[in-house]
Design a binder for this molecule. Structure first.
Ligand code: N01
Length: 545
């Protein structure tokens, strides 16, 4: 790390010293800035994008919206903010969330703490004085005590491993890097590769414009109608009146969204009753579908009852029986890949100009100058839309040359999969925090609930350390290994590890196959974190450099 400082001196770059650096100006980075400033810490946020907003700055594809309801997917830390802001729809669109992010940044005066267009290249811990040297791709050098990675779980996008992408002469788009001016598909022949949440949201809208749309599906996904609608002002006011209790219930829940706790096994009720229950939840509450019964996500037979219910729905919507069967997911239990919410996705395949290609039967072999080739034939198109997802949870951390004590690389520490204490800290990487990192409920929850909890935990821990004259906080090896073993054990109790999902790192060749999120529930997780903090931050060591 001294090298970096010396190099910067050679280049004539001044090193700027701060108390805290935050990487990423999305919903977590902005709240972290607000909390650190509240502690009087000189804090700067470095943001790779051209503006704030994180996920909601980048993912501008047609139909992009959050599939957690607006009234849930919002900050709870400021009662006046949550009373003042008005959402317009049940599920918020990407532009509306971005407006919300800007409103929050304006309201709390956060803009001047963010440096845009600044991508972090490396972060090296200095053993001699317990601080970090952080360099950016532009050559800036920062010197900080605290370093918070608010880099998001789904922010390093990926293209499919198909040769020839550079040979295609038409337009290529990735859902996570959508042009700000939009993309007009009118009269064009379009291919969409990928049928995850992004593809499933975008496909019906692309179909509205395109002359011809071919969807290339590798894995059929479970999706439920969103039934989105404008928010009734009276219902919104009612929720706002009950916000304190509702937020509390969300924090104590399993997925960060309050739903009644299941009390029965799916296999102990008769099929009619079970069906009625699924029917009542269908199109209303995705988390409710996942948690209908005590064994929905742990017992294959119980899970299959929900999976078959969804397949019946698909068969009821899609006219062509062969297309319907291709759209029916069969290779993973319901919920073990992120289930989707859609607006007319399955019905899109009833349209004359929309075709589905089953890549399980005819895999893609090549991208050509004119389109895509499968083992069966070539498809000529004008536009290639990649809805092919992300190197999730660890990708954005791996993209930075992160080195802890004794120059240890994060890449080496995580060679067999991420090892963290609470998904928040890595042993040997003092004062480094990963907001909603691997090993925390994170992507299995309403992200806003998990973001606020992690940011508060970090701010409180730093305050605790400073009040005691400590400047270095680090998790012990034992605590990190113990927590990670627990995360794996709880994951293994469920059906989640059975799917080839991004939760498992399965979508990135060579990535270790481990279930990266904590499925113990946000309520139980929070309780554990609170208890450990009340006991003097068990598993964390405090020192001064
Ligand atoms: O990405 P994905 P996403 N050849 O990884 C396919 C959140 N999100 O951007 O399943 C052919 O889910 C891949 O196939 P397979 C949400 O958490 C939320 O859609 O790997 N196909 C899959 O179908 C979500 O889960 C919201 O076999 C290839 C697709 O591409 C997460 O972000 C909206 C391929 C990728 O799906 C990621 O969603 C959007 C190849 N070589 C996203 N490589 C809301 O809140 C990949 N695929 C609504």
């Amino acid at each position: 790390m001294t090298d970096t400082l010396e190099q910067s001196a050679t280049r004539g770059t001044a090193t700027r010293r701060v108390d805290a650096l935050v990487v990423g100006a999305g919903l977590s980075g902005l709240y972290m800035l607000h909390r650190f400033r509240g502690l009087g810490l000189d804090t700067v946020v470095l943001e790779a994008g051209g503006d704030i907003g994180g996920t909601w700055y980048w993912n501008r594809y047609p139909g992009a919206r959050c599939d957690v309801e607006s009234m849930e997917y919002s900050y709870s830390f400021d009662p006046e903010l949550e009373q003042d802001w008005e959402w317009s729809e049940k599920y918020p669109t990407q532009p509306e969330i971005l407006r919300y992010v800007h409103h929050v940044a304006d309201r709390f005066g956060l803009h001047d703490g963010v440096r845009l267009d600044t991508r972090v290249a490396s972060a090296h811990f200095r053993d001699r004085d317990g601080r970090w040297t952080v360099t950016t791709e532009g050559g800036e050098v920062w010197d900080t005590e605290q370093l918070v990675m608010a880099t998001g779980c789904l922010s390093t996008s990926k293209l499919p491993e198909i040769p020839g992408v550079e040979t295609f002469v038409g337009r290529t788009l990735h859902t996570a890097h959508w042009p700000h001016e939009g993309a007009d598909f009118t009269g064009r022949r379009v291919a969409v590769i990928g049928t995850g949440s992004s593809g499933i949201q975008a496909i019906p809208l692309i179909a509205d414009e395109a002359a011809d749309l071919t969807v290339f599906q590798r894995t059929a996904n479970f999706s439920m109608p969103a039934n989105n609608a404008p928010l009734d002002p009276e219902a919104q006011a009612e929720r706002k009146r009950g916000y304190p209790e509702h937020r509390k219930a969300a924090r104590e829940s399993g997925f960060g969204i309050p739903v009644p706790a299941a009390t029965q096994s799916a296999l102990e009720v008769d099929p009619e009753e079970r069906r009625a229950r699924y029917e009542a939840t269908w199109g209303r509450n995705l988390v409710g579908m996942l948690t209908s019964y005590t064994d929905s996500i742990v017992d294959p037979a119980a899970n299959e009852t929900a999976a078959e219910f969804v397949r019946e729905k698909i068969r009821g919507i899609v006219h062509d029986p062969e297309t319907a069967e291709t759209l029916c997911p069969r290779d993973h239990p319901f919920g073990t890949k992120r289930p989707c919410l859609d607006s007319g996705y399955y019905a899109t395949f009833n349209r004359e100009h929309v075709q589905l290609v089953d890549l399980k039967k005819t895999p893609l072999t090549e991208i050509t100058a004119r389109g895509l080739r499968t083992t069966e034939r070539e498809y000529e198109v004008d536009d290639l839309v990649f809805a092919t997802g992300f190197d999730a949870m660890t990708g954005s951390l791996a993209a930075i040359d992160l080195r802890g004590r004794d120059g240890k690389r994060l890449a080496d520490a995580w060679a067999d999969g991420p090892v963290t204490h609470l998904g928040l800290q890595v042993a040997g990487f003092p004062n480094l925090y990963t907001i909603t990192g691997p090993g925390s409920p994170s992507v299995l929850s309403n992200m806003m609930v998990s973001i606020e909890q992690h940011v508060d935990f970090v701010a409180d821990a730093v305050r605790y350390a400073h009040e005691r004259g400590a400047t270095v906080i680090e998790s012990t090896e034992e605590a990190a290994q113990g927590w990670t073993d627990h995360v794996r054990e709880v994951g293994d109790y469920t059906l989640y590890p059975q799917a080839n999902s991004w939760y498992m790192g399965a979508n990135v060749p060579g990535k270790p196959r481990v279930f990266m999120a904590y499925i113990g529930g946000v309520g139980a997780y929070r309780q554990h974190c609170d208890q450990l903090a009340a006991d003097g931050y068990t598993g964390f060591a405090f020192s001064s450099a």
